[in-house]
Design a protein around this ligand. Structure first.
Ligand code: NAD
Ligand code: UD1
Length: 351
């Protein structure tokens, strides 16, 4: 069944891929995004792929009057809430920005939803809420902790949503804990477009491959893993996007509040990712070992059994496809979305 959805942060990396899947399933999509970390070009590309245009409203989720107006005007049946800030290092330097965007932003959204009588929410959480897990794979009922303001903001929102559900069982809330999103849309038209030096592994490798960065710095080769480098659960962004559509079905069936892991269920080391990327791209990725990155952990991967059972979802694309799609996006859009139109580029650079 199709519906109208509000997608906050829909111009961003995961949001734009999710818009594609939603539009392709026939949903009507309203995007609210302040473009603080994205370009409207992403939504033009979404339209090019799907031949359907999401309705785009440029604005901030922290603006209650705007959110109220959007809910009244479009009367969505669900909200998928991606909007927020996500850079761990920046969160340490600017914690208030993170609490304002991620925590206050979600608070405003939930207040306006309740006032409007809308109680169906999908929230983007992160595997970061598991901290350094005592064992692997990670199940949804593992203890949660956070070591930086970004992680704490996700944890605070999870707890706020739990309190909200306890206070009013009309809420249906799907908390989706993403592991490590990677790759791009197979068309090569939509992908990840980091505004600055990439923090995450795959976008960094992609920029080394195009010559924009000299070499990859591998953060530690003395971890307690098979080859000494960090191990993570990389998940193709299109698989991740599909997971949101499965979560919507749960909301429609009155799931209450539930948290689900979205991951492949197996880990790859940094060197395995480098090797997969080299194979997919035919490029050599120079790298050097450097000290461990503060706050990093040795290894992290999901137990996706609950998602498979409850959501009828599982990841279909492996590491080879992730790397091939990341390379297609990066090699055909070496400057991301920014090289396109003069005014848009200037606007992005101004930020
Ligand atoms: P992104 O930065 O590409 O997308 C976030 C979007 O939200 C951007 O388009 C940005 O402009 C917008 N935005 C930010 N603050 C806003 C505000 N106050 N009002 C309106 N719009 C705002 O990030 P992403 O990778 O697509 O991540 C989406 C969500 O998933 C985030 O909540 C992030 O924390 C979470 N997440 C991401 C990852 C990852 O590795 N990418 C992992 C786990 C969780
Ligand atoms: C990071 C965030 C985490 C967030 C997750 C998904 C930190 C400390 N943690 O985690 O909160 O939920 O992204 O967005 O930033 N690596 C290198 N060289 C690089 C980049 C990364 O060796 O230039 C290594 C890392 O040490 C790690 C692996 O690659 O072992 C993956 O790193 P990254 O992509 O940053 O993801 P996470 O560390 O899982």
């Amino acid at each position: 069944m199709t519906s109208t959805l509000l997608v906050t942060g829909g111009a961003g990396y995961i949001g734009s891929h999710t818009c594609i899947e939603l539009l392709q399933e026939g949903h009507q999509v309203v995007v609210l995004d302040n473009l603080s970390n994205s370009s409207p070009e992403a939504l033009h590309r979404v339209e090019a792929i799907t031949s359907k245009a999401p309705i785009f409203i440029e604005g901030d989720i922290r603006n209650p009057a705007l959110v109220r107006d959007i809910l009244a005007r479009y009367n969505p049946e669900h909200i998928i809430h991606f909007a927020g800030l996500k850079a761990v290092g920046e969160s340490v330097k600017k914690p208030l920005d993170y609490y304002a965007n991620n925590v206050s932003g979600t608070l405003v959204l939930c207040q306006e939803m309740a006032a409007h009588g809308l109680f169906n929410l999908v929230f983007s959480s992160s595997a970061t809420v598991y901290g350094d897990p005592a064992s692997l794979p990670i199940r949804e009922n593992f203890p949660r902790s956070a070591t930086n303001p970004y992680g704490r903001s996700k944890l605070m929102v999870e707890r706020m949503l739990e309190d909200l559900y306890l206070s009013d069982p009309r809420w249906n809330i799907a908390i989706l804990r993403y592991f490590n999103p990677a790759g791009a849309h197979p068309s090569g038209l939509v992908g990840e477009d980091p505004a600055d030096i990439p923090n995450n592994l795959v976008p960094y490798i992609s920029q080394v491959a195009t010559g924009r960065r000299e070499k990859l710095q591998v953060f530690g080769n003395d971890w307690s893993t098979a080859d000494g480098t960090g191990v993570r659960d990389y998940i193709h962004v299109v698989d991740l996007a599909r997971g949101h559509l499965c979560a919507l079905r749960q909301l429609s069936q009155g799931c209450g509040l539930k948290a689900w892991n979205l991951g492949l269920g197996r880990g790859y080391s940094v060197l395995e990712v480098v090797s997969a990327f080299e194979k997919a791209s035919g490029q050599t990725i120079p790298y050097q070992f450097v000290d461990r990155r503060p706050g990093d952990i040795a290894a992290c991967w999901a137990d996706p059994a609950s998602s498979q059972k409850d959501l009828q979802w599982s990841a279909e694309k492996g590491i080879e496809e992730m790397m091939a799609d990341a390379w297609r996006w990066q090699s055909t859009n070496p400057d991301g979305y920014s090289r396109l139109s003069g005014p848009e580029r200037l606007r992005k650079l101004d930020r």
